[in-house]
Ligand binder design. Structure first.
Ligand SMILES: Nc1ncnc2c1ncn2[C@@H]1O[C@H](COP(=O)(O)OP(=O)(O)OP(=O)(O)O)[C@@H](O)[C@H]1O
Ligand SMILES: C=C(C)CCOP(=O)(O)O
Length: 336
């Protein structure tokens, strides 16, 4: 009796395994607040939003769907979410006020208690308002992706799905979020998440950025091959390109570069509200993705005009050890 050698069997099915592995390749795209809104005018959409949505749609119908790739979209809060979050100091929640005020209490305890309640109420109102504004933006994005793009997009609301502890996603929440997203991907949907105001065990509430969600999904979903941050500048420059004519685009960065001396953020010059740390924080999250998620080949920071290429190019062909040359003079690529 001849036994079929297991290896032969496996090799027979190799194309099948390869094809199915390719089916799994996932790209996470973040539509940054600066790309979808006008950050200098509160509650205003960017005039380029439709082009951006059309680009994502094209990539999905022409590249992702036919090749069986998966797409996850996250959007930022831009000029809808950041201004109320900043005004009402939602990021540090209301429970932290108790500690601060308590420490410095010099007036009568009744006055103090009343003032404290008023301040806490203000933060709570700010959180509710931030959510309302974020949901308004979310609806704009969702509607465009479905009506213009015909994408099977389903929202995953961070506020309803997760909770944080001192600003960091709890383990149970992360499990819930990842399971939800994975389920939707398996069913053939495009999950749409967004930077949100969420409940926090220690602080009452906080702001959870889309970049932090990107990091969580990239580290926990082994099928993720690339993360693309789309914003309103071509990538990370030596200085803010909006304010320094001699700013130079940094085309390649490595995640082990601790404090890249080439990069200076000048957020104070921006005059826009941003409670989640703007470009400096994006660089940190991108670095963390590359050091924590070994299945991710690279992270790209780009603007809408080059995002199609960034989303679609060579995703399936990349293996972790390949030295794929994705150098492009129009974006920043972050490598391991
Ligand atoms: N050195 C720098 N290189 C590139 N951009 C910089 C730099 N310093 C500051 N910036 C500013 O960072 C902005 C992009 O960061 P921002 O956080 O607004 O991105 P986003 O992801 O689009 O927005 P959001 O966080 O609302 O989702 C650019 O508009 C740019 O003006
Ligand atoms: C300000 C809020 C509500 C979320 C911030 O998310 P981001 O725009 O992705 O940083």
């Amino acid at each position: 009796m001849t036994l079929a050698p297991p290896l032969t069997r496996i090799l027979t099915f190799f194309p099948y395994f390869r094809a199915n592995f390719a089916l799994m390749a996932t790209v996470i795209v973040k539509l940054g607040g600066a790309a979808i809104t006008d950050k200098s005018i509160s509650g205003t959409l960017s005039p380029n939003i439709d082009n951006l949505v059309d680009g994502v749609t094209r990539a999905y119908h022409e590249e992702f769907r036919p090749l069986g790739r998966h797409l996850i979209i996250i959007h930022g809060a831009g000029s809808f979410g950041h201004p109320p979050a900043k005004k009402y100091r939602v990021k540090s929640g209301w429970l932290t006020l108790r500690t601060e005020e308590g420490k410095n209490a010099s007036h009568s305890s009744n006055d103090h208690a009343r003032r404290q309640l008023e301040q806490q109420d203000e933060v709570k109102f700010g959180m509710a308002l931030t959510r309302q504004r974020v949901l308004r933006l979310h609806h704009h994005i969702l509607q465009r992706l479905q009506d213009r793009g015909g994408l099977p997009v389903l929202s995953v609301s961070p506020y309803d799905t997760v909770e944080t502890n001192e600003g960091t996603l709890t383990e149970e929440s992360s499990d819930r979020l990842v399971a939800r997203v994975q389920y939707l991907l398996r069913q053939g949907f495009v999950p749409l998440l967004f930077g949100d105001a969420v409940l926090d065990r220690a602080w009452g509430a906080t702001i959870l950025s889309g970049d932090a969600l990107m990091h969580k999904l990239a580290t926990r979903l082994p099928s993720v091959r690339r993360c693309v941050f789309i914003t309103d500048v071509a990538g990370i420059y030596t200085r803010d390109p909006k304010h320094c004519a001699d700013a130079v685009l940094i085309q390649r960065l490595h995640c082990h570069e601790q404090n890249d001396s080439r990069f200076h953020e000048q957020s104070t010059l921006n005059g826009v509200d941003d409670v989640t740390g703007a470009m400096k924080s994006k660089w940190q999250w991108a670095k963390n993705i590359m050091s924590d998620a070994h299945h991710v080949s690279n992270v790209i920071i780009c603007e809408a005009a080059t995002s199609n290429k960034a989303m679609a190019e060579a995703v399936d062909d990349i293996t972790i050890d390949d030295d794929v040359d994705l150098a492009c003079n129009a974006w920043t690529i972050i490598l391991r």
